[in-house]
Design a protein around this ligand. Structure first.
Ligand code: MCA
Ligand code: AMP
Length: 507
């Protein structure tokens, strides 16, 4: 028996091929991928991790973090990556909910987590950025160095879990999307062929690796293609510009592209060697698409996905890439646009709920059966919460969301989570959190506060209090104090009116 995901991604790969080029000149080959993932898998087993156990990780971006993901896959464990911006209280929720056997954190955060993991009975290891053999990159790395490069990879079935990725929810409580070996493998295969990846490709990797985009779309597609990547710690226009001449593909959120367009050095000559620019995670403005083509001669390929579904649609590789659309359903994926209430399919051109079914779609939310049932139709379609239409040429357009969600620079923020914390602040009667246009991040978070009668709100203190409770990207960029919130006759806060009223506030 094979390990569906590991063997599916790596079987037959030439171990001598380059896997990653680091900014400091270090090179990882596919042989290192086999060796280091085996070493880490041995450590997982030593720590008592068994097939089906969760391994949570909040670690800085590094190739070793990718090896930890592959080690989990090889050990039959379930990888649970966490945003490095999450604060200790945010992480506590995930550890309590997912009950991992092992939590791996940044060596710099060990003191913040030791008492918590001791209390929860979770083993704690650390993993930092590996520099050289003389400097420790954390306890997992040290133990890995002392372990064998041989590991008997655990056999798995298509529907065994490979990962749980948490996505915030409209109730303020995050939900763990359970992704199987086949969910991830089938999507990697489809994307490789749809985007025509080969072992000649060099991906410029500047995304974080705790989300679907940087982890599964970018890394799995590189692995299954036997391609290589230039592996950057994050997005910085300077390093992107420096490395573009040696790359063939860039994957990014729209902010990557607007920031590059703001830089005069970004021009046709620089991207001569590039084959493809891909955008996703948030809407790409048609204006950015047009400017990009005028500047570089390339048309950005926009695609659409979700944590729960991996990638659903993509603009075509060879045919026309249409600005303002997310293209066609990927092979094997069925998309339908329905009336949100009745689930009746709508005619072409009409706006409705986007629903999706296919091998890419997750199996449900971790220990939330009711929530899972609410978000699936009886015939297996997943209700995305995105509103869209299918145009006369079959291209899908996303026109809005039925879920109360803000997407800022490609990160999702559910207003309810922020509102619950704002409502607890001294002197606050109630609050509303909205997303308004932001030139750099697409949308930016604004908090609107209503004080209790006769209370004087200390907005600076409230902002300070948020710092220890909420990741920085979720914190409002601006806070406004008002006497009351606009409500409809049902008593529901009219966020559309607030978004109109404050549309210019972050410009
Ligand atoms: C950083 N800040 C942000 C964001 N990023 N605030 C709001 N939204 C953000 N996205 C904060 C910083 O903490 C800082 O706060 C201030 O804003 C300015 O930060 P800056 O240095 O300019 O930001 P950066 O470090 O350059 O990061 C911007 C970024 C990054 C490169 C766009 O956010 C990023 O890599 N985003 C990609 C997210 C992603 O991969 N999403 C995929 C999700 P201060 O200065 O006050 O401390 S997966 C997904 O959505 C689905 C499946 C899909 O379809 O792909
Ligand atoms: P996440 O929960 O982080 O996986 O984010 C998924 C959401 O991002 C989707 O439900 C969409 O609302 C949004 N999204 C992803 N790609 C695109 C895109 N190309 N255009 C518009 N929205 C997108």
């Amino acid at each position: 028996m094979t390990n569906v995901l590991f063997d599916g991604l790596l079987k037959g790969t030439d171990p001598n091929t380059k896997f990653a080029q680091m900014p400091d000149g270090r090179v990882y080959r596919y042989q290192d991928v086999f060796d280091v993932s085996a070493r880490f898998a041995n450590v997982l087993v030593e720590r008592g991790v068994k097939p089906g156990d969760r391994v949570a990780a909040q670690v800085p971006k590094s190739i070793e973090a990718i090896m930890l993901y592959l080690a989990c896959v090889r050990a039959g464990a379930v990888f649970l990556p966490l945003n490095t911006a999450y604060t200790t209280p945010e992480v506590q929720y995930f550890l309590e909910d997912a009950t991992p056997t092992l939590f791996v954190c940044d060596p710099a955060s060990q003191d913040d987590y030791q008492a918590l993991t001791d209390k929860l009975g979770i083993h704690l290891d650390t993993l930092g950025v590996w520099k050289n053999e003389a400097e420790s990159a954390g306890s997992l790395s040290d133990s890995g160095l002392a372990s064998s490069t041989q590991f008997e990879t655990a056999p798995t079935k298509d529907d065994d879990l490979a990962a749980i990725l948490y996505t915030s929810g409209t109730t303020g409580r995050s939900k763990g999307a359970m992704l199987t070996h086949d969910n991830l493998l089938s999507n990697a295969k489809t994307l490789k062929s749809y985007w025509q990846f080969t072992d000649q490709d060099v991906l410029l990797h500047a995304l974080p690796i705790f989300h679907t985009h940087g982890l599964f779309v970018a890394t799995n597609v590189v692995l299954i293609s036997g391609a290589s990547q230039i592996f950057l710690p994050g997005f910085a226009a300077d390093t992107i510009i420096e490395n573009l001449p040696n790359s063939t593909v860039l994957m990014g959120v729209p902010t990557f592209y607007t920031r590059l367009l703001d830089d005069d050095r970004f021009n046709k000559d620089l991207v001569e060697h590039m084959r493809l620019f891909i955008s996703g995670s948030a809407p790409l403005l048609a204006e950015t698409h047009t400017q990009f083509e005028a500047r570089t001669g390339h048309r950005i390929l926009e695609r659409y996905g979700m944590t729960e579904t991996n990638m659903n649609t993509s603009n075509p590789y060879d045919d026309e890439r249409r600005a303002g659309t997310v293209g066609f359903p990927l092979p094997g994926v069925t998309i339908r646009i329905v009336d949100a209430e009745t689930a009746k399919p709508l005619p072409r051109g009409e706006v409705g709920m986007i629903e999706v079914r296919g091998p890419n779609v997750f199996t449900g939310y971790w220990q939330m059966l009711e929530k899972t049932n609410e978000e699936f139709r009886d015939d297996g379609f997943f209700i995305t919460g995105d509103m869209g239409l299918c145009d006369e040429h079959g291209y899908i357009q996303i026109v809005g969301r039925s879920k109360d969600l803000i997407i800022s620079g490609g990160y999702n923020i559910y207003p309810k989570e922020v509102e619950l914390i704002l409502d607890e602040q001294e002197g606050v009667l109630e609050s509303a959190v909205i997303g308004v246009p932001h030139a750099d991040f697409g949308e930016g978070v604004v908090g609107i506060l209503v004080p209790q009668p006769n209370a004087q709100l200390d907005v600076d203190l409230i902002m300070k209090n948020l710092q220890s409770q909420l990741a920085r990207f979720k914190q409002p960029k601006q806070m406004i104090v008002v006497n009351e919130l606009p409500r409809n006759t049902m008593g529901k806060v009219q966020k559309n009116l607030l978004r109109e009223r404050y549309a210019e506030i972050l410009q």
